[in-house]
Design a protein around this ligand. Structure first.
Ligand SMILES: [Zn+2]
Length: 109
């Protein structure tokens, strides 16, 4: 399913930019839905309105052997603090310090 990460509208195949937001439309299958999460095991390490930015960090983390997931805030009942138009990158608690260091390095360069 193709959705705009900001307004969450669904689009048909072939549309690449949301006409309302100007945001790149993403394949929803790359987003994790809250029901798939054990909330207590994961911490938000980074948020952005840009899914590609999170995807880039996720790829970087993966190359460092750190698991991460991208969380869509489409389900507004899920208690993630902050602006709900944002999408979040979550990492496992036990890897969160390592991941934070790594992300700081990535963002610096
Ligand atoms: Zn949109």
């Amino acid at each position: 399913m193709l959705i705009c990460p900001i307004c969450k509208y669904e689009y048909v195949k072939g549309i690449t930019i949301c006409p309302d937001c100007g945001e790149r439309i993403v394949d929803d299958s790359s987003l994790v839905h809250p029901k798939d999460l054990e909330e207590k095991d994961w911490l938000v390490i980074y948020t952005s309105v840009h899914e590609y930015e999170l995807q880039m960090l996720k790829d970087n983390l993966m190359s460092a052997g750190i698991d991460s997931i991208i969380l869509s805030h489409r389900d507004r009942n899920f208690p993630v603090p902050g602006d709900l138009s944002f999408i979040s990158l979550l990492v496992k608690k036990e890897q969160s310090e390592e991941a934070a260091k790594f992300i700081n390095e990535v963002l610096k360069s």
